[in-house]
Design a protein around this ligand. Structure first.
Ligand SMILES: C[S@@+](CC[C@H](N)C(=O)[O-])C[C@H]1O[C@@H](n2cnc3c(N)ncnc32)[C@H](O)[C@@H]1O
Length: 212
């Protein structure tokens, strides 16, 4: 029996579940798993999502930020508002109370726009950004590593001290070199492949906790 896109999607439980639960993409379950494991949204009020289209991570970020506003109203660390910004090369259908910018994260003026928006209070950066794959695994890997370096360098400038970064990377020859550089910027670092990641995919998420 021929396998077409419909039957592939039909077999993908995460895809079906996301549709049913009103999320824009199956990748929503990746960020949920990462949160359950590493508690990344704890006291996160100001959140940047890089490579945010179509927007399922933004949906979760908003849910969590609203919960935090209600949950953390104490002397240690609370805010009276949340701020979420999503950036993607592609158009993203608007979400109420979220700032969405259609831009490449490597554009020169983007850094200033982020800093102006969050001041120096950015708690959490999420990046699910992935390069457009061309089919050659080696070249794709190197291009993704290049993008990861861009995002890591940006993080050094815009993420608050003790903030958290979640970054999608691709495994391959230069992964260890990149992860070693990533480790230098945080007190705690982890790598994690969520169950919701497709088995054949070489994607892996790096979690940097407590930026130095
Ligand atoms: C896997 S999708 C993100 C899915 C998203 N987390 C969600 O759950 O809805 C990866 C996105 O990264 C974006 N992207 C790739 N390179 C980028 C770049 N340099 N700047 C901004 N966005 C980029 C792509 O356009 C694509 O929409």
């Amino acid at each position: 029996m021929p396998i077409n896109n419909f039957s592939i999607h039909n077999k993908d439980t995460y895809y079906n579940r996301a549709k049913k639960e009103g999320y824009r993409a199956r990748s929503v379950y990746k960020i949920q798993e990462i949160h359950h494991k590493f508690n990344i949204f704890k006291r996160a009020f100001y959140i940047l999502d890089i490579g945010c289209a179509p927007g399922s991570w933004l949906q979760i970020a908003k849910e969590q930020a609203i919960k935090n506003l209600k949950k953390y109203d104490d002397q240690y660390y609370s805010r009276n508002e949340y701020k979420i910004m999503g950036i993607d090369i592609k158009h993203v259908t608007p979400i109420e109370s979220i700032e969405i910018i259609q831009s490449n994260i490597t554009d020169t003026d983007i850094k200033k726009r982020i800093i102006d928006y969050f001041d120096d209070k950015l708690d959490l950066i999420l990046s699910d950004a992935s390069i457009k794959k061309r089919g050659d695994k080696f070249t794709d890997h190197l291009n993704q590593i290049r993008l990861c370096y861009e995002i890591l360098n940006l993080t050094k400038l815009i993420l608050k001290k003790k903030g958290i970064l979640v970054l999608k990377c691709f495994q391959g020859s230069d992964f260890k070199i990149f992860f070693d550089d990533f480790k230098k910027e945080f007190h705690i670092t982890k790598s994690y492949k969520p169950k919701a990641s497709k088995k054949k995919s070489n994607e892996i998420y790096l979690i940097g906790i407590k930026k130095k």
